[in-house]
Design a protein around this ligand. Sequence first.
Ligand SMILES: [Ca+2]
Length: 317
Amino acid sequence: MKRERGVALLLALVVVALATMFATRIGSQAALEQRRAANSFLQEQAFQIALGAEVWAQETLYEQKQNSGNRDSLDQAWATPLPPLPVQGGTVQGSLEDMQGRFNLNNLVNADDTPNELAVAHFRRILRKLQLEEKWADLALDWIDRNNNVTLPDGAEDGEYTAQTPGYLAANQRLVSASELLSLPGFGPDRYAKLAPYVTALPAPSTLNTCTASALVLSTLTDSMKTDFTQDPKSLANNRTKGCFPLNEDIRTMVNPNDWNLLSGAKNGAKYLGENTSWFKATVVVSIGSAEFTLYTLLQRNGPAARPVLRSFGSDL
Ligand SMILES: [Ca+2]
């Protein structure tokens, strides 16, 4: 009798223990689900706010085009970042960058699949100025051009890439993102981090906007360039508070006549420089509660209207 009671008590204890474990599990699962739902609600809310800010960017560009005509320069309203503004439960901030102020990697190859000598030489000088090896210019060129002919001395095509482990093929098409440079064997994240602020991969050939180009990109334009803007970036910034600087005409005075003929398009009909842009990047950061959300949008301006052509969440374009 005593023994039976003992067994019954033990059973009861086991049942209680199991029930407790089960209840705890249900409780923590419910809490987890609740948290997941709340997070996904916050993410959704942040996403909608980011899209709203993207529309703000489009409107800013539209108004600028209506009001200030043909030049796109850093004294204009679009170039001033939007400070953190309160939204329900958090903040949103945004900024616009002229992507034609960067070196467009896709310019390395002409429409007829030949190398764009001016752009290739410019890219070599950018690499040199950053203390990176010039060989990456040939490698990038072959990665982008449609043909399978290795560019001498440093290029590589499928033969090189299929020999990697695991093997792969050259893209042989325009870059979608500058980060595709990381596909070149040995390029690596350190070189990319150095180069990334100065380059972009636009979906079409583009001129370089001298009103917005960085000191480094301007100073490496040609071998004959007399002005090294990197020596005095403050003065470059000061000159830009009143309007476009340097104008294309200013560059003419800084390079030799032969180089100017190339840059101005007088020699081959293709202008390398400009004072306006069709491509902007909008960066929007939304913070709500524990959720932070960054949206990068490539905007293409056609006439006064700018429309999104590429979006990236969390990682830069
Ligand atoms: Ca190729």
